[in-house]
Design a protein around this ligand. Structure first.
Ligand code: OXD
Ligand code: MN
Length: 632
C-alpha cells in the first residue's frame, strides 16, 4: 500500500501498533491517522485492537498520567473535568456547513465551512505536542449487524479512551472484515484535551471548540475533557448519525430502549422513549420490574418491514445526583460494588470513597472534587459556594452490570421489535399523564413535535417557562427540523406494524402546586400503554387522542403499587384543557418557524387543523373537558 505517512507514523508508533494499523489495509484510515499525527504532533501513538491487553493498557495509562485516580474499591476510579468544563458546550459546538446550506442551518449553530475549518486547524496545530495519543476502533450499535456504524477515535486523553472502552463495543475485528467497498464509510473523531493545568484539567477553555463536518463524517473536538464534549462516539456521533439517517431513510433518536414485562400474560413489549433532560428518561428506562436495553441513544431501522431498534451503546454515562438506595436502588447497589466504574466530578473523601449530591449518606466536609482541594463552605472566583459534587457529575459503567438488563435485546444483532414509543415532557397543567395517539403521524406532530420542558426552581431563571424540545433531540438534530420531522413520519409509516405513540407527563400539579402522583406512578402509565398495544382497555376520546378510563387505572394502581387511586385525582389529571393546548400548539408553530423557516407548509396545516378541532371542542364542551365528555 502506498503510504505517504509511513516514516512519520513509524517514528511515533511501536512496531506492534504500526502493524495493527496497516493490517486493516484501509487507505482512508491511514490517511486520517497520518494526517492528524502530522498536524497535532503527538510524541507517540498507541493503536488498540479488541484485546484485553490493550484495554488494560489504556486503564493503566489513565492512572499513570494522572487523569484518573484509584478509589477505595480498587476497580473504581475517579476523574475530574475542569471547573468550567462541567457540561456540554452548546455555544462552542457548531456544524461546519457549506455556503449554500448556511441559511437553512442558521438556527442550528453553524459556521461557514472554510471559516470553521481554518479555525479548528489553527487551534489543533501542534496541540498534542509532548503527549502520547491513542487510536481505537469502535462500533455504534452491535458489530457486524445492519445497524453497525464503524468509528475511529484518535485522542490524547486516556480518560476518554478508557471511557469509550466501557461505553462502546470495540470493533477492530469488524474493521478487519470490512469489504473494500465499505472501507471509506466510517465516522472519524479527533480529540485533544489541549494543554493541562496542575490538576490535569484543560487550561485553554477559551479555545474549546467542537466542530462537526457531517458532509465528511468527521468531528474535531479541542480543548475539553467533559465526556459530553470529548467522547466522539456519544453526542458527536449522534449528530453525524442523525444526518446520515436522514439521507438514508432510517432514524437516530435520543431515546432509551426498554421492555415492559407482564409476567402473568408472559409478554415482553419493547418501548423506546424520548424525554428532555429532567423529565424522567432514566427513571422510566429503570422502572423496577421491567427490563432495560439502553438508556440514551437508539437507532431505528426497517428490517424486513419490522420497526427494529438497537441501543447504540454498551455502557451508561449516567447523572449521579439523587442516586441513593431509596430512589435508585439498582444503580446505587452497582455503584457500591468493587467493579469497573469511572466516577467524574464527585468528591473523593479522605477515605478515598466517592460522594455525591443526594447520595443519602453522611458526606465528609473535605476532600478533592472538580474544584480541586475542597472544604465545605469553599467559594469560587465569583464568590459562589462550591458544592461537594457537581449537579452534572457522572458515573461511567457497563450496562450489563445491571440486574435488570434485557440480555436478549442488548445483544440482538437485528435489534428488538418496537411496539410503543413514549414522548414525555414536563408541564404542571396541560398534558395528561398518558395519552395514546390515534395514528403515527398524529403522534409525531402532536406528541413528539410538541414536547416541552418547564423550568423549575432547580433551574436558573424564571420558573414555569416552557422550552420547546421536539423529539427531545434539538441539541443533536443536524439537518433542518422540518425535514427531520417529515422523515420521522415517513419512517413509521413505512413499516408493516407501526408502533403506537403515547405521550407522558409525570409533573402535573394540583392547584396548590403539589405533584399529583408519586414517582412510582409511571409504572401504571407504562402498563396501561402496554395493555393498549395488546388490544386491552376501553378508552375515552379527547381532541388529541385516547385516554384511560378510571376503573382500569384504579386496578393498575392496586396491582402494581398497592395504592388507592381516587376518582377525583383521575378526573383532575385527565381533564382536557383546551386553552392550554391551543397555547402549546401555538408555541410549537412559533418554534418551528424560528428554527426552520422552510418547514413544509403541510405541518402547519396539520397543527392548524388540530387547533381548530380544539376550538370547536371548547365551544361545545367548555374549556375544561372532563374525561368521557368529549365526542369527536
Ligand atoms: C446528555 C447525556 O447530555 O446523555 O444528553 O449525557
Ligand atoms: Mn443524552
Amino acid at each position: 500500500m502506498d503510504n505517504q505517512y509511513e516514516n512519520m507514523l513509524k517514528s511515533k508508533m511501536s512496531e506492534a501498533s504500526y502493524q495493527k494499523l496497516t493490517a486493516l489495509k484501509n487507505p482512508k484510515l491511514i490517511e486520517f491517522v497520518g494526517f492528524f499525527a502530522e498536524h497535532c504532533e503527538p510524541a507517540s501513538i498507541y493503536v488498540c485492537d479488541d484485546s484485553e491487553t490493550d484495554t488494560q493498557y489504556v486503564r493503566d495509562q489513565a492512572l499513570a498520567k494522572g487523569e484518573e485516580q484509584v478509589l477505595a474499591h480498587s476497580q473504581q476510579t475517579i476523574h475530574w473535568d475542569g471547573y468550567g468544563d462541567q457540561g456540554r458546550d452548546k455555544n462552542g459546538t457548531r456544524f461546519m456547513v457549506y455556503k449554500e446550506n448556511l441559511e437553512s442551518m442558521k438556527a442550528l449553530n453553524s459556521i461557514e465551512y472554510e471559516e470553521g475549518y481554518a479555525e479548528i486547524m489553527s487551534i489543533s496545530k501542534g496541540i498534542m505536542k509532548g503527549k502520547d495519543a491513542v487510536v481505537q476502533f469502535f462500533s455504534e450499535g452491535p458489530t457486524e449487524s445492519p445497524f453497525t456504524i464503524p468509528c475511529i477515535q484518535f485522542t490524547d486523553s486516556w480518560y476518554v479512551a478508557h471511557s469509550e472502552f466501557i461505553l462502546y463495543r470495540s470493533a477492530y475485528s469488524h474493521f478487519m472484515k470490512m469489504k473494500d467497498s465499505e472501507k471509506g464509510d466510517f465516522f472519524r473523531f479527533i480529540h485533544s484535551a489541549g494543554v493541562l493545568d496542575a490538576n490535569n484539567c484543560t487550561k485553554n477553555l477559551d479555545k474549546r471548540r467542537i466542530y462537526m463536518d457531517t458532509q465528511n463524517n468527521i468531528v474535531y473536538s479541542m480543548n475539553n475533557q467533559y465526556a459530553g464534549n470529548s467522547i466522539g462516539l456519544k453526542k458527536h456521533s449522534m449528530r453525524l448519525a442523525i444526518n446520515k439517517s436522514g439521507k438514508e431513510g432510517w432514524l437516530c433518536e435520543h431515546m432509551f430502549v426498554m421492555a415492559a414485562v407482564d409476567n402473568e400474560k408472559k409478554r415482553k413489549t419493547y418501548f423506546c422513549g424520548a424525554y428532555p433532560s429532567a423529565c424522567g428518561k432514566t427513571s422510566t428506562a429503570m422502572i423496577p420490574g421491567e427490563k432495560i436495553v439502553g438508556d440514551d441513544i437508539a437507532y431505528f431501522r426497517n428490517i424486513n418491514g419490522e420497526f427494529r431498534a438497537v441501543n447504540v451503546e454498551f455502557g451508561m454515562f449516567g447523572i449521579i445526583q439523587d442516586v441513593n438506595s431509596k430512589d435508585d436502588p439498582l444503580i446505587f447497589e452497582n455503584l457500591m460494588k468493587n467493579q469497573e466504574i469511572i466516577f467524574s466530578n464527585v468528591l473523593m473523601g479522605p477515605d478515598r470513597k466517592p460522594y455525591w449530591l443526594g447520595m443519602g449518606v453522611e458526606a465528609p466536609t473535605e476532600g478533592r472534587n472538580h474544584f480541586g482541594d475542597w472544604k465545605k463552605g469553599a467559594t469560587d472566583s465569583k464568590g459562589k459556594e462550591v458544592s461537594l459534587a457537581h449537579g452534572n457529575a457522572r458515573y461511567t459503567m457497563r450496562l450489563d452490570y445491571l440486574a435488570n438488563i434485557d440480555k436478549e435485546g442488548f445483544e440482538a444483532k437485528n435489534g428488538v421489535m418496537v411496539e410503543g414509543i413514549l414522548y414525555g415532557g414536563r408541564d404542571s397543567d396541560t398534558t395528561v399523564p398518558v395519552e395514546e395517539s390515534p395514528s403515527w403521524k398524529d403522534g409525531i406532530l402532536l406528541k413528539a413535535a410538541t414536547l416541552e420542558s418547564e423550568t423549575t426552581s432547580a433551574t436558573l431563571g424564571a420558573e414555569g417557562v416552557r422550552t420547546p424540545s421536539p423529539m427531545a433531540n434539538m441539541d443533536f438534530v443536524s439537518y433542518p427540523l422540518g425535514q427531520y420531522t417529515i422523515n420521522n413520519i415517513n419512517f413509521g409509516e413505512g413499516v408493516k406494524k407501526t408502533p403506537k405513540i403515547f405521550s407522558n407527563n409525570y409533573f402535573m400539579r394540583n392547584p396548590e402546586g403539589k405533584f399529583m402522583t408519586s414517582k412510582l406512578a409511571k409504572k401504571v402509565w407504562l402498563h396501561w400503554a402496554e395493555g393498549r398495544i395488546h388490544g386491552e382497555y376501553e378508552t375515552y376520546e379527547t381532541p388529541t387522542g385516547k385516554i384511560p378510563q378510571y376503573q382500569d387505572l384504579k386496578a393498575l394502581f392496586k396491582k402494581h403499587l398497592n395504592e388507592d387511586f381516587s376518582e377525583a385525582d383521575y378526573v383532575y389529571l385527565f381533564t382536557f384543557r383546551c386553552g392550554k393546548w391551543i397555547e402549546k400548539l401555538e408555541r410549537t408553530k412559533a418554534f418551528y418557524i424560528k428554527v426552520d423557516p422552510n418547514t413544509p407548509k403541510e405541518l402547519f396545516a396539520y397543527w392548524d387543523a388540530a387547533i381548530e378541532k380544539i376550538r370547536m371542542a371548547k365551544d361545545t364542551f367548555g374549556d375544561q373537558i372532563k374525561p368521557g365528555s368529549f365526542k369527536g
